[in-house]
Unconditional design. Structure first.
Length: 323
């Protein structure tokens, strides 16, 4: 059988770092409130000339370097984003052009914070279906541009950035011990669409709109949904939390991450947490966290890595990959 194996990884962050204390003249808040409730200490904010496509391009180039590949080796680009630079064309074709790629195909995928987990699963199916041999999967966001900077309950939570992964087709025996994507599980439920949304768009207001969230409602559902989809993924692979080497969750809130790991019985030392550095970067958060844990040597070839995300929609999902 064919498995989609990780060939390279890269990331990119805007130059400007905004620390919690920097909000203290903008809205009524404090470093202590933000850190205690969310675990966030700082986030990167895109400046002039930094866009979703420019960050995505930089992450893609880093992943290509890491893999020892060039854009000529890529067949498909999938970009997970909820903050495209334009309503259309897709940010993915902009990145394709920036990379000088004159072949293959590229498209965006929108599943808010679950975008990267949806995008890897999609890329995996294109590879298994024989439509692509190597896929560049990118999560890239500039959430700072859809925040209401007068709303303290949301503007302190998000940040900008991008991460990229290259998946490659490889012949495999299909065992859990073999490298590549082993199992995925995706869910959505539009009944929750008003709990986390953007109050504008081309089909309604004709404006871009701002992010709105009922934080407490999101929190209430998050841990149960995350645990369900992970249990489902475990069942597909016939494994338990004991078998996992690294848990790389969506980085929205340290309390959600800790509560999910506890509910699933995943040891604290296996949890990769970067929310303190990046805030919630939506579709970029999982590949950014992966990049940190690969760069510092925690995640090694052959490790069993569990990815998870939950976000607007609601959407949620998990992916199990042998690195
Ligand atoms: N600074 C100071 N006070 C604040 C701030 C702030 N930045 N924001 C809200 N408050 C106040 C509120 O006004 C409220 O005051 P009140 O009691 O006088 O009315 C008080 O703090 C408590 O507000 P809550 O919303 O109940 O605070 P809570 O403990 O629920 O924490 C938070 C809020 C951090 C947003 C939490 O609900 C949360 O993390 N929810 C999940 C959000 C999330 O993870 N979203 C992303 C997931 S999906 C995705 O990634 C797109």
């Amino acid at each position: 059988m064919i498995r989609s194996v990780v060939r390279g990884i890269g990331s990119a962050l805007p130059r400007r770092i905004m620390r919690n204390a920097d909000f203290e003249g903008i809205v009524e808040t404090s470093d202590e409130w933000i850190a205690q409730r969310t675990g966030i200490r700082q986030r990167h904010i895109a400046g002039e000339g930094e866009t979703t496509a420019s960050l995505g391009e930089a992450a893609a180039r880093a992943a290509l370097d890491n893999a020892g590949l060039t854009p000529d080796d890529i067949d498909l680009i999938v970009v997970a984003t909820s903050t495209p630079d334009n309503t259309f064309p897709a940010t993915a074709v902009d990145i394709q052009n920036r990379l000088g790629m004159r072949h293959g195909f590229a498209f965006d995928l929108q599943a808010v914070c679950s975008g990267f987990v949806y995008a890897i699963t999609t890329a995996d199916l294109y590879i298994k279906g024989g439509l692509a041999r190597r896929v560049l999967v990118i999560g890239a966001e500039t959430f700072s541009r859809i925040l209401d900077w007068t709303d303290r309950s949301t503007c302190v939570l998000f940040g900008d950035g991008a991460g990229a992964l290259i998946l490659e087709a490889e012949e495999s025996e299909g065992r859990v011990s073999d490298r590549g994507i082993i199992a995925s599980s995706l869910r959505s439920d539009g009944a929750h669409k008003d709990k986390l949304f953007v109050d504008g768009g081309p089909g309604t207001s004709g404006t871009v709109g701002h992010l709105r969230m009922e934080g407490r409602e999101v929190f209430k559902h998050a841990v149960g949904m995350i645990a369900d989809v992970i249990e489902d993924t475990y069942a597909k692979a016939a494994i338990t939390s004991e078998d996992i080497d690294w848990f790389v969750p969506h980085q929205a809130n340290k309390r959600i991450i800790d509560a999910s790991a506890k509910k699933l019985g995943i040891a604290e030392g296996k949890v990769v947490t970067t929310v303190q550095l990046h805030g919630n970067t939506s579709a970029a958060s999982v590949p950014l966290a992966l990049s940190v844990a690969v760069a510092d040597g925690r995640i090694q070839k052959g490790d069993l890595v569990l990815l998870e995300a939950m976000g607007g929609g609601f959407t949620w999902g998990a992916v199990l990959v042998r690195w």
